[in-house]
Design a binder for this molecule. Structure first.
Ligand SMILES: Nc1ncnc2c1ncn2[C@@H]1O[C@H](COP(=O)(O)OP(=O)(O)OP(=O)(O)O)[C@@H](O)[C@H]1O
Ligand code: SF4
Ligand SMILES: [Mg+2]
Length: 332
């Protein structure tokens, strides 16, 4: 069953140069209890989609969607206040660079206390000291959940006294304080060293397996998140180009963009001659205000033909959602 069902989400941003369609009919179906990887190069629109899900947009954005349901709740029909209530309670987000999201002037204890569920926070008004220990116990439990054992040291520290990996674990602990149904991890390990990256990914996997937290994992690195994901969607220039289960995507990718991404990771696995060139798509992703006519991948696509000057529509082929005039059909 889908926990989050988004169909034809579009985002237009009003800029000084005019209206730009940064997300164009994106479709995302996140199965309850799964890890769903959303992969695309930098600038492809992953964070914009996350912000649209959270309702974190300003008046310069025009957000439309044919369908945007969280479980049985139609997010399109909620007022701003109702949407804010859902954020944090039902949907939480963690970002890259956790230090920049933590308040540098407050100890971790005080920052975590602010995000505790209301029922614990209310005890503050009953008896101050009793509430402090109730808070501490709740915080300690959360820190243990994310694998931080030395809770005493961490709660009394300021963010700058902790490593980046610990800060990210604290952010994850804060994000799961209200037992959200959906956790969005927006490039949670960018610029972290390999060991810390592995720890954070293991932690997200554990949260999913042990606590059944549904996770939407955004990344520009196909290789690093593909093994963790039950489902994978690929996004290019604001359009979801292919979506399917891990097996479907890895075993029988249909879209030239997905095939290129997979070829890139395989190139790292294969033995290659010294200083030989690794596979990569030619060119780079165009800025949102200089998009090509028709298929947005056109100028970089090895399979492009004349028809590609027309924008392909997304179609469902044996459970794959695919947006291409010439997909590779039925191959294993
Ligand atoms: N407020 C804005 N005004 C105009 N354009 C924007 C705005 N925010 C994002 N964009 C453009 O939308 C596109 C998608 O941006 P987004 O930040 O979602 O990419 P991303 O996939 O998250 O990239 P990264 O991997 O670097 O985080 C980019 O071309 C970006 O320049
Ligand atoms: S529609 Fe054409 S240009 Fe676009 S991905 Fe498919 S083959 Fe390539
Ligand atoms: Mg981003």
């Amino acid at each position: 069953m889908a926990l989050l069902d988004i169909r034809n989400l579009s985002i237009d941003i009003i800029t000084a140069q005019g209206k730009i369609r940064v997300i164009d009919k994106a479709t995302l179906n996140i199965v309850d209890g799964s890890i769903h990887g959303l992969v695309g190069e930098s600038g492809s629109g992953k964070s914009l989609i996350a912000k649209a899900i959270l309702g974190l947009h300003n008046e310069n954005w025009i957000v439309t969607a044919d369908r945007m349901f969280l479980g049985c709740t139609d997010l399109n029909k909620l007022s701003f206040r109702e949407r804010r209530k859902i954020m944090g309670k039902e949907i939480s987000i963690i970002f890259q660079n956790p230090r920049s999201y933590l308040d540098p002037s407050k100890r971790i204890f005080d920052q975590m206390r602010e995000v505790l569920p209301n029922k614990i926070a209310k005890k503050r008004f009953i008896k101050r000291m009793a509430s402090k220990s109730a808070h501490y116990l709740a915080i300690k439990e959360l820190l243990h959940k994310v694998g931080i054992q030395n809770d005493k040291v961490v709660v009394n520290s300021f963010p700058h006294e902790l490593s980046e990996g610990i800060c990210q674990k604290v952010m994850i602990a804060m994000a799961i304080a209200n037992n959200p149904r959906l956790l969005i991890a927006d490039e949670p390990t960018t610029s972290m060293e390999a060991v810390t990256q592995a720890q954070i990914f293991r932690l997200l996997y554990k949260l999913n397996q042990l606590h059944n937290t549904t996770i939407l994992l955004l990344s520009n690195n196909f290789g690093s998140i593909s093994n963790l994901s039950d489902y994978i969607s690929l996004i290019y220039c604001g359009q979801t180009v292919e979506s399917g289960s891990y097996k479907q995507i890895l075993k029988s990718p249909m879209h030239p963009y997905t095939q290129a991404m997979i070829k890139t990771i395989l190139a790292f696995d294969e033995e290659v001659d010294h200083k030989s060139q690794l596979y990569t798509l030619p060119g780079s992703i165009p800025p949102a205000n200089q998009l090509p006519i028709g298929c947005r991948l056109g100028p970089r696509c090895p399979k492009a033909q004349r028809t590609c000057v027309m924008n392909p529509e997304a179609v469902n082929y044996k459970g794959h959602i695919i947006r291409c005039h010439f997909p590779t059909l039925g191959e294993k």
